[in-house]
Design a protein around this ligand. Sequence first.
Ligand code: ATP
Length: 326
Amino acid sequence: MIDAQSLTRRYGEFTAVDGISFTVDEGEIVGMLGPNGAGKTTTLRMITGFLPPTDGHLTVGGRDLFSDPVAARREVGYLPENVALYPEMRVAEYLRYRAMLEGLPRAKARPRISETVKSCFLEEVENQIIGTLSKGYRQRVGLAAAILHHPSVLVLDEPTVGLDPKQIIAIRELIRELGHKQTLLLSSHILPEVELLCDRVIIIDRGRIVAEGSPRDLQDSWVGNTILRVELKDDPGEAPEVLAAIPGVVGIVSGDTGCYRLECSTNTDPRQSVFEAAKERDWVLLELAHEQASLEDIFVRLTTQEPVPSSGRGELGDASQEEVPS
Ligand code: ATP
């Protein structure tokens, strides 16, 4: 359904997407995961025809995006990160407008809009002005507009960003339902979201794919080292430094206040040393246990977190703007 080969996008001297290749098969839900600036949005915008690739080959729904761009774009429904919705329009009016843009004849558009309003749970706001809707409802309108023309591929960029927990649950349910009917590629940096929704995950960092597989496969790929969970009361400030220096500890894969996940080399069991270090410093040890590597551990291990230097980039200046459907 999506076949990207050596897909590249450069902004001046800066390479945002660096020759990535991947496929998304029919009926699959694939999550693109990566830290800020990894190249997720750039990749999605190329797939949806909003941004021309600098290099590579790309087919969507069997249509070549280079030689047959209009047909290829018809195959795709796109919910951009910052969706532009015409706040002065009413929901139904906006959907009629989008149906017209998609070339749906009036007779076909009417039942299609009713069906979409229903499937996106928009009935109660159908006649409301978009500008007065909550962010969650606006996101649903964006989704409705994206699926209105029955695209074979649905591309969602950070679909739950900025929503409250209740709205997140509702949008996730909707996405899961849509995923039964359509091929779906979504980007996120919320790991549990990707774990919950996706059959397969593509981890991207600095424009390159660093891992790919089902969440389960990725977890199983964590071979060799083990994870030790350490929980301390009142999080002593020196804890990261002390724990990282314990023999057998390779590094700290994640740490919230008082909770540390230590990566330990195979055949070592630093539990006793951790206990002794805590005792020596009067730390209160609340938990000390081995754990299975999580998708988050894999993510942290594979992706670099330092900011990308901004020098040498082209000044195209279209990265953060709202995307108006064309
Ligand atoms: P986030 O999770 O923060 O949305 P992302 O993975 O979607 O990040 P992109 O938006 O694809 O990342 O950006 C990839 C890189 O390309 C970033 O370093 C970004 O600053 C750069 N970039 C994006 N658009 C432009 C542009 N128009 N001109 C110059 N650089 C750009």
